[in-house]
Write a protein that binds this ligand. Structure first.
Ligand code: ACO
Length: 375
């Protein structure tokens, strides 16, 4: 009997979506290197992931128009978000909103419509995410206004200000960077749900539930809080030595797949450096992070531990004006594309109910003793 603990190395599907070479630090979506995709908009990547190729101008406009027409959500869903307390967990709030959307829409799987359903879900994810923030900040509900850019509409509706070009580009790149990473726990949880042919909104709800756990989402928040805790670049070495003595982990370091510098972390570092330079505190956090990156690499690289995607991303989101609790929701917003792409690939091309087995190791057959005779 062989139990694969944590399903490590179990292949649950084939995919044409994402390729990762963890030894060389390569990440590609549908064959395109993540560095090259920094020249594509999130909407181009949406088309690429769902339809298989980069779009023509006409195809891109069509995707944008479906998204722009789909930001609305039923009032009952907005009410659900705002009825939760301001102290509620933001991913829990997203789960609740997606659970509500699943009960309202409940779309059946249909090859002719699945991709359009995914586009609608991606649009509504923006509405849900920005309203989770608005509810937590005590603001009034808002539906993102259509614009030429998904990233711009999200920034406007979340932060109530007109983002500049650099911020829109950085958000666009961030959405692409977090789009997909093969089959981590959240995608797998959603795939199990998709395998029962439950609707796509419910699959996203399941993925969000898995993302909520501290072993999956939350590392960007953890990494950022370390920089706040350290306080200044001069204190990094002493802080690091103390953490090592206490056998604590450095958040934003290490990855199950990457045994070298995560290619996304390199890009996030550049983006964080450029945006943090506008805000004194963010600039200090960036300097602390760069120093910790250097010290960590010196001491942890022999264990093949390097910064991962969450190491610098929080500084970027903070520089844009997002509170720390929004780092994981922004990850979820972006990953909704990866999730829905995998669900469609699985259901349309390789569907089978996912139903593993457990090896029974409990008691042999026992005699039942009625309650009154038990001592
Ligand atoms: N800091 C210090 N040491 C670490 C770290 C770290 N961040 N990560 C792993 N190690 C050490 C372990 O203590 C262990 O050392 P040992 O062999 O001396 O006991 C060794 O490296 C291997 O650790 P594992 O736990 O077996 O590695 P695994 O592949 O299971 O863990 C994980 C990967 C969970 C990401 C881990 O590196 C970690 O906890 N990192 C910090 C949290 C984090 O940044 N998570 C975000 C991941 S990316 C994402 O989800 C988007």
């Amino acid at each position: 009997m062989q139990v694969s603990r944590g399903l490590e190395d179990v292949i649950i599907k084939t995919t044409s979506l994402t390729f990762i070479d963890g030894e060389k630090g390569i990440l590609r979506y549908r064959g395109y290197d993540i560095n090259d995709l920094m020249n594509a908009s999130y909407e181009e990547v949406i088309y690429l992931m769902l339809y298989g190729d980069l779009p023509s101008r006409g195809e891109l406009e069509e995707v944008k128009s479906i998204i722009n027409e789909s930001y609305d959500v039923p009032e009952s869903v907005i009410n659900v978000i705002f009825s939760l307390g301001r102290s509620c967990d933001p991913i829990g709030m997203m789960e609740t909103a997606f659970g509500a959307l699943a009960s309202v829409y409940n779309p059946a799987w249909d090859k002719e419509r699945d991709k359009e359903t995914a586009l609608k879900i991606i649009a509504k994810a923006s509405t849900v995410t920005c309203n989770v923030m608005r509810a937590k900040e005590g603001l009034k509900p808002k539906v993102p206004e259509p614009s030429e850019s998904y990233a711009k509409s999200f920034l406007r509706s979340s932060l109530d200000k007109e983002p500049d070009e650099l911020e829109v580009k950085a958000m666009d790149n961030s959405l692409v960077l977090y789009t997909d990473h093969e089959v981590p726990a959240s995608t797998t949880a959603g795939l199990v749900t998709a395998s029962t042919l439950s609707d796509m909104y419910s699959c996203v709800t399941a993925a969000l539930a898995a993302l909520k756990g501290p072993l999956h989402g939350g590392a960007a928040e953890g990494a950022f809080n370390q920089f706040v805790d350290i306080g200044s670049p001069e204190k990094v070495e002493e802080w690091f030595s103390r953490k090592m003595e206490e056998k604590k982990r450095i958040m934003g370091f290490g990855h199950r797949v990457y045994k070298t510098y995560d290619p996304r972390a390199k890009i996030f570092k550049r983006l964080a450096e450029s945006l943090s330079s506008r805000k004194p505190e963010a600039k200090t956090y960036f300097k602390i992070a760069s120093k910790l990156d250097e010290v960590g690499e010196k001491h942890l690289s022999e264990k093949k531990l390097f910064p991962n995607t969450d190491f610098y991303s929080g500084i970027l989101f903070y520089s844009m004006g997002f509170p720390v609790y929004m780092f994981t929701p922004i990850f979820a917003l972006s990953r909704t594309l990866g999730w829905t792409s995998h669900f469609i690939e699985y259901v349309e091309e390789q569907h089978r109910l996912i139903r593993p087995r457990a090896a029974y190791v409990g008691a042999e057959k026992r005699e039942f003793v009625p309650l009154e005779k038990r001592s």
